[in-house]
Write a protein that binds this ligand. Structure first.
Ligand SMILES: [Zn+2]
Length: 357
């Protein structure tokens, strides 16, 4: 039952409409159609579509351009669609899949896009698909490859849930495989072998003893983490194991390159045989840019560091500083009891409008 979206009516109703249209990753056609229909009538927006990625641009010839982006997909439904609302302590809470991650942010940015007919900076509004699945399918990644001009800006805001506060940048993440080798033997004659699992002890102890760094980048404090996340080894109850693998995950501050991150892991585990299996660079918050400083002023409050990796890094990788800013508690993202406070949707819309008016 697709009904049209009213971008200039009650923004909480708009959020409920968006939640009521199921849009699990890979199934975003209907919601993208609705958002496209809602945006097309606005003469101040040039709307284009590639698959289920929508781009709406103002073309006012302003000296600077900013991007505001959000994904339209959700993780699978958990008996939490359609939406419902409750009143708690004078607040309206909207419940349902995607309310928090991140249709609240999408509602706020759609409402802002509709009323900002002459923003002070040109704006590229991006709504995309397949954020919640493997990154080869990510709509923003695809857009960056096929239409990179749409990501060009001096600053980007990604409307991921952040309790309506600014979370700057994001940490990088690296997976490292420690590969310990020994000599297999029958456990009845263990002195003829070398036990690779026993060698894991020193590696695990070094990781347990390690004090993670706290790194200040552009005024925000990033708290790193270096942890064993998986251990495997051993083939039978009577065999001295000749192999043991430890997977290590390093969450690193966005001032480190992948090479520096690898060097850091090697410095904690000197002489240990390891190789990097996966790495994603973090994103600097870039809060010293004028567009970012004005955004901070419009939102108010103190920005904090983002722990975790988000699509802000896709902007950062192109030299565009980016922050997360959206309604909803990120710890409720993907939860069965996902919800978003209606007041935060309103305050995020109002902050975007204040910033760009
Ligand atoms: Zn999200």
């Amino acid at each position: 039952m697709a009904t049209s979206l009213d971008l200039e009516g009650d923004v909480v109703d708009l959020l409920r409409r968006l939640v009521d249209v199921e849009s699990v990753s890979g199934d975003e056609q209907q919601i993208t159609d609705l958002v496209e229909q809602a945006l097309r009538p606005y003469r101040h927006l040039q709307v284009s579509r590639q698959g289920n990625v929508l781009v709406a641009r103002t073309e006012l010839g302003r000296a600077e351009r900013v991007v505001v982006a959000g994904h339209l997909d959700t993780v699978p439904i958990a008996d939490n669609v359609p939406s419902r609302t409750t009143q708690e302590d004078g607040r309206t809470l909207v419940w349902g899949r995607g309310a928090c991650d991140m249709k609240g942010g999408v509602a706020a940015s759609l409402a802002a896009a509709a009323v900002l007919t002459a923003p002070r900076r040109d704006v590229t509004w991006i709504f995309y698909d397949n954020e919640e699945v493997e990154e080869q399918r990510n709509g923003l990644k695809r857009l960056a490859a096929t239409h990179p001009q749409h990501l060009e800006a001096v600053f980007a805001v990604l409307c991921e849930p952040s309790n309506a506060r600014i979370e700057g940048g994001c940490q990088g993440t690296m997976r490292v495989l420690v590969e310990l080798t020994g000599v297999a033997a029958h456990s009845a004659r263990s002195w003829k072998g070398h036990n690779a699992i026993h060698d894991a002890g020193a590696v695990l102890q070094a990781l347990a003893d390690h004090q993670p760094q706290q790194v200040v980048v552009d005024g925000l404090t990033y708290r790193e983490g270096l942890n064993a996340v998986r251990v495997s080894g051993g083939i039978a109850g009577n065999v001295i194991p000749d192999r043991c693998e430890i997977e290590v995950n390093y969450r690193f501050a966005p001032d480190k390159s992948p090479e520096q991150a690898e060097a850091y892991v090697r410095s904690v585990l000197p002489g240990v045989p390891l190789r990097v299996t996966d790495v994603a660079t973090g994103a600097r918050p870039g809060l010293d840019q004028p567009a970012a400083a004005e955004f901070l002023a419009a939102v108010g409050g103190e920005p904090s560091a983002k722990f975790g990796w988000t699509d802000v890094a896709r902007f950062s990788a192109r030299g565009v500083p980016a922050v997360n800013f959206g309604p909803g508690d990120p710890s409720k993202a993907h939860a069965d009891d996902e919800f978003c406070p209606g007041e935060e949707v309103v305050s995020c819309r109002d902050a975007l409008v204040r910033w760009l008016s």
